[in-house]
Design a binder for this molecule. Sequence first.
Ligand code: FES
Length: 169
Amino acid sequence: MQIDVNEYKHENEYKELIENYAGKPESLLAIMQDIQKQYNYLPRLAISLISRHVGIPVSRVYAMASFYKAFSLTPKGRFVFRVCDGTACHIKNSETLLDQLQKSLGIKPGETTTDGMYSVETVNCLGACALAPVMVVNGKVYGKVSPGDLEGIIKEYGGQNHGYDNQGS
Ligand code: FES
């Protein structure tokens, strides 16, 4: 698979992080989690370096990355808005919330704004159904969120009318 040339700018950072762990197969998951946490995804170059460090074929590292939902193989925004669409949240209008979020940020679930700031995702139950509808931004939980709350929440992460910028109008 093709490595994005921009990833080479971070090669030393990846190496530094990877070398904090023993070069053994047992370190694989912990290294992947650390890279994911740091970069919000698993860059291809990092995967190749991890593979070499722990002695596990690249194909197996990719298989693992694809299997666990906690890992992403595509770059995500600095701030990831996860809207729960589990049953309890769905009943409490999570769909309207998601629609409003898409309009405000100008992106659909699974997409990232062109400036790399925001991503939107949907998830199935965040385990906080009593707070439905629930949204999580980089680990911070927002409960009983109404579409009217969104503007304030987006502003917390530096955004204002972001969708207009993103749509170029
Ligand atoms: S269904 Fe949304 S938190 Fe459980």
